[in-house]
Ligand binder design. Structure first.
Ligand code: FES
Length: 164
């Protein structure tokens, strides 16, 4: 017998109250798409297909419309990720300054081991991203919402420790 997990809506209680407050600041509900998706990601850590349907229902748009937004922006996770999400710029200028070594250091020191994979303790996911707009400070890294400049492989253990 298969067990189908029932979907628990994101927008109940305080989260629904927050969304309603956000609606008051936008001309239409559909215009509040990005903050609505942030609320989902804050609550669940990622945006599932079912959450996209829920957001569509609340904002009066189709699930396909919501999916278009979620897949356009790399900051929205379409699958579960670690509690700490590391994004390393590996575009050419940073690559020339050793970004690949920074990536390898993060994979090693977080235990994530592979790009996009989550460490066994659920704490870390490491990914590469395109230019973060700080080419003069190679290698720039985003750890969750924190921007860290001039990261070298030697600095990685200290950065990882800070988020443990
Ligand atoms: S190329 Fe890395 S920040 Fe621009």
């Amino acid at each position: 017998m298969s067990v189908v997990e029932e979907y628990q809506p994101v927008f109940t209680g305080k989260t629904l109250d927050r969304l309603r407050e956000i609606f008051t600041r936008y001309p239409t509900k559909a215009a509040a798409m990005l903050p609505a998706l942030w609320l989902v990601q804050e609550a669940r850590g990622w945006v599932s297909d079912r959450s996209m349907v829920e957001v569509g229902e609340l904002l009066g748009v189709t699930p396909a419309h919501v999916r278009g937004v979620v897949t356009f922006y790399t900051m929205f996770h379409q699958h579960p990720v670690g509690r700490n999400f590391v994004q390393v710029c590996t575009t050419s200028p940073c690559n020339l300054c050793g970004a690949e070594d920074v990536v390898q250091a993060f994979l090693e020191h977080t235990g994530a081991r592979e790009l996009g994979a989550t460490s066994p303790d659920g704490a870390w996911t490491v990914t590469e991203v395109e230019c973060l707009g700080a080419c003069g400070f190679a290698t720039p890294v985003l750890v969750n919402a924190d921007f860290v400049e001039s990261v070298t492989p030697e600095r990685v253990p200290e950065i990882v420790r800070k988020y443990k």
